[in-house]
Design a protein around this ligand. Structure first.
Ligand code: C5P
Length: 230
């Protein structure tokens, strides 16, 4: 069974840059996946979390920093990403499809999500024996409100609501086919299976498997992965 992982590192990291309180420090100019946590880049942590579980890693990104960040980790050559996340996933899938022996399964992982426990990766892969897609997710714990004009409009029942994470896993030929046929924006790959009636298994994710999105996420991730004392 050949398992590939697409490691996403394209995109501007706009929300992180916009929220940065100290652009003068140069923080805002650094794409978030290249920030250091305990002496290693965010994306290197992500690659290390995946590498023992997969046959191949296909990085996607345009920045010269990418190859440098992954130095010493065996990967395919990075391919350039696209405008939206789904364009970048598609670029990775097309690169894998060109291999003499394309993979059977593919994991799609955000390069900005550095803390992925091994059990999460193996649960996703194991679920693919039964289902064409599988995603890690955590149950929503907070009460959810819909807002309107600064006021609470209504409360949304949180029962059966989950927060989706990555790596999301799929049967490779199916995900490639759905990406080739799909038009319109999606924020994750499982959505493509859902829209076409293919079952996607929910497996237990991890509360700490967060995507570096805002500067304060760095503090939490440093606690988990880095060496900075509190
Ligand atoms: O922007 P967002 O936080 O949703 O990005 C999630 C992941 O997708 C990040 O690892 C980012 O590098 C990647 N991405 C990409 N190509 C894009 C947009 C985002 O590879 N066009």
């Amino acid at each position: 069974m050949r398992i590939a992982a697409i490691l996403l590192a394209a995109g501007s990291g706009r929300r992180f840059a916009d929220a940065s309180v100290a652009p003068a420090t140069g923080l805002a100019a650094m794409p978030k996946q290249y920030m250091l946590l305990g002496g290693k880049t965010v994306i290197r942590h992500a690659a290390e979390a995946l590498r023992d579980h997969v046959t191949l890693i296909q990085p996607v990104g345009d920045d010269p920093l990418l190859a440098q960040a992954l130095e010493g980790i065996e990967t395919l050559s990075p391919v350039p990403g696209g405008r939206e996340r789904q364009d970048s996933v598609r670029a990775g899938l097309e690169a894998l499809a060109l291999l003499p022996e394309p993979p059977d399964l593919v994991l799609v992982h955000d390069g900005a999500r550095p803390y992925v426990p091994a059990e999460v990766v193996t649960s996703v892969i194991d679920a693919l024996a039964q289902h064409p897609g599988a995603i890690p997710a955590v149950a929503v714990a907070d009460t959810l409100k819909r807002g309107k004009d600064g006021l609470v409009d209504t409360t949304i029942c949180r029962e059966s609501l989950w927060r989706a994470q990555t790596p999301q896993g799929f049967h490779f030929p199916l995900l490639l086919d759905l990406h080739r046929r799909h038009q319109g924006p999606v924020t994750d790959d499982a959505s493509l299976l859902e829209a076409s009636g293919h079952p996607v298994a929910l497996v237990q994710g991890a509360e700490d498997n967060i995507k570096l999105t805002l500067p304060e996420d760095l503090v939490r991730l440093e606690r988990l992965l880095g060496s900075t004392p509190l």
